[in-house]
Design a protein around this ligand. Structure first.
Ligand code: PEP
Ligand code: MN
Length: 360
């Protein structure tokens, strides 16, 4: 549930509400929006619910107390109606612009990273990606350059002025990755690694949370809730394909997840057509599809010579292929942005309160 403060409520009244919540052994979580200050109550409320609502509603300065009908609370649109906008260096995610994260699957050498960074920057990428610690299906496959790769990424940020994103796989890597990278990525295999989610929730870096390949939208948003409730509100969601019976593509990109997630949460969502399809020639059409259904951005793997790549050789784009994709993606994004009423938003409004998830 959350408390909405009256517009004229004083600081003392706000503190009064928070202290009642704390005294119950629960945590207050404040969100100051443009029109209202809301305080979500986080924790196991259980049977106290009715009594607590009554008690909070009677406090001075309180306008209303509203239950949140979703299992995710802080991530819900009910609690925070306006979109979360995340700023990292010069890049902005979730403001209606198009975020493009591009770079190699793995950082393989300083030269390979720099050559890719120069190419993707020239083509309009806004964030540089590159794996340092790689989650590989086989223990005998290339596992990434580790800290050496983190150093190259930080150097590339300085050289090209692009924020960098890289995956963190374990709680004990969080500090070192946060020291070098601007955005921490949680990979699909770790979406429900709760100790890792809690650990990235405690650092002052935005987190990109990839959807688990076997996770429902609700499980994905609950994973985001772990990060936010640990203290980090800057979460970007990434749809990267889910496992279905189809084997022609590496995964199946769930395009419907984009508008569904936009209706349920204020968090930005981007799509990763590289891991979703596993095939180079499918990356551009699926990137276009993601943008057409309203994604806030795309993540795409790019390599100067994909055939020589040490990981995901089949799906990485060459730099010219990436530049070509950018032109098309820019056209679709520009078309949607220039409509007087965003056609994607009005589609979800028509569905009006469509209840995609079970209520809890
Ligand atoms: C990646 O983006 O480097 C990656 C390994 O992706 P995923 O976790 O989606 O497989
Ligand atoms: Mn990859």
């Amino acid at each position: 549930m959350f408390v909405v403060m009256a517009p004229a409520a004083s600081e003392a009244e706000l503190l009064g509400v928070k202290s009642v919540i704390l005294a119950e052994g629960l945590s207050p979580y404040e969100h100051a929006g443009p029109d209202r200050i809301a305080i979500a109550i986080v924790g196991e409320i259980g049977k106290r619910k009715a009594a607590l609502i009554e008690r909070l509603a009677a406090l001075s300065g309180v306008a209303s107390v509203t239950p949140i009908n979703r299992p995710f609370k802080l991530a819900s649109r009910e609690f925070q109606p306006e979109d979360t906008v995340i700023r990292v260096l010069d890049a902005v995610v979730g403001d209606g612009g198009l975020t493009v994260m591009a770079g190699p699957c793995s950082v393989e050498s300083r030269d390979q990273l720099f050559e890719t960074a120069a190419g993707v920057k020239a083509a309009g990428a806004t964030i540089l990606r590159g794996g340092a610690f790689k989650p590989r299906t086989s223990p005998y496959s290339f596992q990434g350059l580790g800290v050496e790769a983190l150093r190259y990424l930080a150097e590339a940020r300085e050289a090209f002025g692009l924020p960098v994103i890289t995956e963190v796989m374990e709680p004990n890597q969080v500090d070192i990755v946060a020291e070098y990278a601007d955005i921490l990525q949680i990979g699909t295999r770790n979406m429900q690694n709760y100790s890792l989610l809690t650990a990235v929730g405690r650092v002052a870096r935005p987190v990109m949370l990839k959807r688990g390949y076997g996770a429902t939208v609700e499980e994905w948003l609950m994973a985001a809730e772990y990060i936010i409730s640990s203290g980090n509100p800057n979460v970007i969601l990434c749809e990267r394909g889910i496992r279905t019976f189809e084997t022609y593509t590496r995964n199946t990109m769930d395009l419907s997840a984009v508008p569904v997630v936009h209706s349920l949460t204020h968090l930005p969502v981007i799509v990763d057509p590289s891991h979703a399809t596993g095939k180079r020639w499918l990356v551009k059409p699926l990137a276009l599809g993601g943008v057409a259904v309203g994604a806030d951005g795309v993540m795409v793997e790019v390599h100067p010579r994909p055939d020589e790549a040490l990981s995901d050789a089949e799906q990485q784009l060459t730099i010219p292929q990436f530049a070509d994709m950018m032109v098309s993606v820019g056209v679709v994004h520009g078309y949607l942005r220039d409509q007087p009423h965003n056609p994607v938003d009005s589609a979800s409004a028509t569905a009006g309160g469509d209840d995609a998830l079970s209520r809890h």
